[in-house]
Structure formats: structure tokens, C-alpha cells
Design a binder for this molecule. Structure first.
Ligand code: 9MR
Length: 457
């Protein structure tokens, strides 16, 4: 009898993980500059934004299950940034649209079945539906503001309209409206928190500062708002990572004023060249600027104890310099080991990866569909691709982890197969990816010694 009771207690302690005090359940987290999977590997998220009609009724684009599979299987990407809208979640004050979240959930299931991770982005451009924008429901600002507003082009100049500015001020300044925004997020987390494919939440796309001083808007206004969002979301989905964007002033070159981010945060800025965003195309001499800006973003992330993930980058295929532009983005992200999400997976004559017929735009897809490290048993990850020789290089500081290093190797990059050089590590080839056993360091010394892996035709 006594032996059985002791055995039972031992079993309970083992299964609840509460015996040792410091052996928590393995889980997703942010540590040593990277998102970490439960095995402790650095995770690089490379993928696309699912957008377009996500911004307006009916809030979903043409994407079907086959599109999710194409992103994973044909293009080798491992993730999507999925746009949702506050106006769709809470179309009327205090009225929540469960059917909308059911439709979102259906697509999360498609992503999950395809093997894609999902970051849920509460998108907005130009405040909301009362303007030539999207995001906030109409009822969140005064109708007189919408009536007085005069739309302009290009779209982002609408941010400077005094009526748009007043609505932002109204949102940030109202405890009631902030409460609605937070509650909308809580409901999203309650509905989607059960899907393992959802890695985390991006509280607000490209937040605008209204009439507040840019210099401390993030620290003074966004940080407390997002801390409340994080608390509400994690009450429902405790494991979700927080993908925190700087204000859109970061796209204009202003350094972030964030001092702290929530626990397990991924710093989630965007990477655009201003002239290219303005429609002027990309000049090759800007390559160094794109790479330097990504390095600066990495330093900001490091200062905040966060991982770095570029939630958006992209360009118009028909514009001059598009290949050089996308090359610079890949190279800059690889140099700091960041993940990045192309803007966007759509069919159009603009940023879309597909033309109106649904065919791939080669200027874009060629520069996007490349090998990259999905999971790395180590720290200080960098990666690079040389188009001229089709050589992929991964460097990292190896560290024991509960699983292999995994590289995504889209088949189209090596039609005749590829060689792996990793100092004799175990190589296990799968479709579109390769797994590597422990890779021994070959450069440097001590705990900072670096390992290198190369793929060649
Ligand atoms: O590419 C999008 C364009 O078609 C829309 O008119 C515009 C306003 O909704 O948004 C563009 O997408 C932007 C995204 O919402 C925020 N970051 C920059 C994107 C490209 O300009």
C-alpha cells in the first residue's frame, strides 16, 4: 500500500513538472536573440503576408488550401503573417462577429495542415474604415471627422490629414476605446489560442503617432497599450509570442524609443526603401542603406532583449531595380539572422507575388525562393546566398539542442541536386529540406567558435 502511494506521488511529480522547481515545460520562447522552439533551436521565420481583401469586406482574399501548400512545398517558406481587422472582429460597439473568427480559424487550419506557422497581425492603414484606410471600426471615431476628410494619394499621405490624426489621438487617449481594442484581441486569442500553428500576435500594424511627439510615442503610448494587449492575449493563449512593431516613424528612419517589450518579444519592424515605396523604383546604390538599416534594427532588437523579424518587405515587380532591391533585403536579413515576410501573396500588378492570371512573377519569386535556415542548434546565426554560384552559406555558434539543424532547400534552386559541406556532420535529406546532426566549429575558439555549412550544386 505504502509503496503504491510513493509510486503515485513520484508519477505525479514527474508529470506536473513541479518537483524540481526549475524544469518548466519546454515551450516556444525568445532567448539569446532568437525565437526558440521547444528543443531550444533558433527559429527563422521566412514567409509571406496574406493580405489584400483581408483589409476590407469580406476580409479574405482568393487563398485556398492549395495556396498554403504552395507557400510551404513549392517555395519552402515556413510561415505566414495573417492579416485580421479590428473592424471585422468588432463591427459594432461591443458586438463581436464570431462567424468572422470562424472563417479565420478555417484558414489557420489550412496553414497548420500545410505545415506553416502563423503570426496574427491586427492590421491597419490610415486608422480605419471611416477613411480611405482599414483597421478600426467606423464607430470608434466621430462621423464629423470622416465627413471633413479629403482623401489624397499616394495612400500613406492620408496619415497627415488632421481628421485622421484626431481619430488616432482619440483612440490612444480614450480608456474606453483602448479597452475595446484589447477586448477584441482577447477574443481573437480565445478563438485561435488552441491552434499550435499560431506562434504569436502582432498587436497593431505600423502604428501611427497622431499628434504625439514621435520621439517618445512608442515608450509613452504604445508600450503600455501593447503590455495590456499582451496580458489579455496571454490570459487566453499563454504561449503566444509578442511580435511588437515600432511606430511607422521607424520606416522614416527614426530610431525606436521603446525601452522595454513584453516577455518573449520579437521586435517586428518593416524594411522598405522610401523611394521605392513612393513608386520611384530602387537604385542599386541604396543596397548598402538597406543592409545598414537591417543591421541597425538588429541592434535595436538586441538592446530590447528581443528576436528580430521583418514583418514586411516587398516591391513592385515592374519597377526598376526590383531584383537588386529584393537581393539587398535577403542579404541584409541573412547578415543578422533575421526572418522576413514578403509583402504580399496576392494577384495584382503591384506588390503581389502573382500576376492577374495567378502565374508567379519571376522577378520576385526568383529572389525570394532560396534556401534559408529554418531551425538552428545554436546562436549567432547568419546566412547568405550567392546567386552567381548557387551557393548557400550558414554560420552559427553551435550549442546543444534537442533536435537537428534544419535547412529549407527549395528544389527549384538545385534541379540537379546539391552537395552539403558541414565537416562530416550527419546529413538527412528530405523533400525540400535537409537535416544536419551536430556541426563541429571550424573557426574561432572557446564558446564563440563558429561552424559553417555550405550548399552547392
Ligand atoms: O500594397 C498595399 C496597397 O495596395 C494599399 O493601397 C495600401 C493601403 O491599404 O497598403 C499597401 O500595403 C501596405 C501595408 O498595408 C502596410 N505596409 C506597407 C504596405 C505596402 O505599401
Amino acid at each position: 500500500m505504502e509503496r503504491r502511494r510513493v509510486a503515485l506521488i513520484v508519477l505525479m511529480l514527474a508529470s506536473c513538472g513541479c518537483g524540481g522547481g526549475d524544469s518548466p515545460e519546454p515551450r516556444w520562447q525568445v532567448a539569446r536573440g532568437f525565437i526558440r522552439d521547444p528543443e531550444g533551436r533558433a527559429v527563422i521565420l521566412r514567409g509571406v503576408n496574406l493580405s489584400s481583401v483581408h483589409k476590407q469586406k469580406p476580409y479574405f482574399d482568393f487563398h485556398l488550401e492549395a495556396d498554403y501548400r504552395r507557400i510551404r512545398e513549392d517555395w519552402g517558406m515556413n510561415s505566414v503573417r495573417f492579416l485580421i481587422e479590428w473592424a471585422a472582429v468588432e463591427p459594432m460597439r461591443g458586438v463581436y462577429d464570431a462567424a468572422y473568427l470562424d472563417e479565420v480559424a478555417k484558414r489557420i487550419e489550412w496553414a497548420q495542415a500545410a505545415g506553416l506557422w502563423v503570426v496574427v497581425d491586427m492590421h491597419q492603414d490610415v486608422y480605419g474604415e471611416g477613411f480611405a484606410g482599414n483597421g478600426a471600426p467606423r464607430w470608434t471615431c466621430d462621423e464629423a471627422r470622416y465627413a471633413a476628410y479629403v482623401p489624397t494619394t499616394p495612400w500613406f499621405l492620408n496619415y497627415t490629414d488632421p481628421n485622421v490624426v484626431a481619430c488616432y489621438d482619440g483612440l490612444y487617449g480614450s480608456a474606453e476605446l483602448r479597452g475595446h481594442f484589447i477586448e477584441a484581441w482577447r477574443r481573437v486569442a480565445a478563438r485561435l489560442g488552441g491552434y499550435p500553428a499560431v506562434l504569436g500576435f502582432d498587436p497593431m500594424n505600423e502604428p501611427y503617432w497622431g499628434s504625439a511627439p514621435v520621439s517618445d510615442f512608442e515608450a509613452a503610448t504604445l508600450a503600455p497599450l501593447f503590455a495590456e494587449v499582451a496580458a489579455a492575449v496571454r490570459g487566453e493563449a499563454p504561449h503566444w509570442l509578442a511580435f511588437i512593431e515600432p511606430a511607422s516613424s521607424r520606416n522614416l528612419g527614426f530610431a525606436t524609443s521603446y525601452q522595454t517589450l513584453p516577455k518573449d518579444a520579437v521586435y517586428a519592424p518593416h524594411s522598405y526603401d522610401q523611394a521605392a515605396e513612393g513608386g520611384a523604383g530602387f537604385v542599386a546604390s541604396k543596397r548598402a542603406d538597406v543592409i545598414a538599416n537591417l543591421a541597425a534594427l538588429a541592434r535595436e532588437a538586441e538592446g530590447l532583449g528581443a528576436a528580430l523579424w521583418i514583418g514586411e518587405y516587398g516591391g513592385v515587380a515592374a519597377n526598376p531595380g526590383i531584383r537588386e532591391y529584393m537581393d539587398a533585403q535577403y542579404d541584409g536579413a541573412g547578415a543578422v539572422g533575421a526572418g522576413m515576410m514578403y509583402w504580399h501573396y496576392g494577384k495584382d500588378g503591384g506588390y503581389g507575388l502573382l500576376d492577374a492570371t495567378g502565374a508567379e512573377k519571376p522577378e520576385l519569386v526568383d529572389t525570394l525562393v532560396r534556401p534559408y535556415p529554418e531551425r538552428v542548434a545554436g546562436d549567432a546565426v547568419t546566412y547568405a546566398w550567392d546567386e552567381a554560384t548557387s551557393t548557400f552559406t550558414l554560420t552559427f555558434v553551435p550549442r546543444a539542442a534537442g533536435g537537428p539543424t534544419v535547412l529549407s532547400v527549395p528544389a527549384r534552386r538545385y534541379p540537379a541536386g546539391y552537395q552539403v559541406a558541414c565537416g562530416g556532420c550527419t546529413v538527412t535529406r528530405g523533400t525540400g529540406r535537409v537535416e544536419l546532426g551536430v556541426v563541429a566549429p571550424t573557426a574561432g575558439a572557446g564558446s564563440g567558435a563558429t561552424a559553417t555549412v555550405t550548399l552547392t550544386p
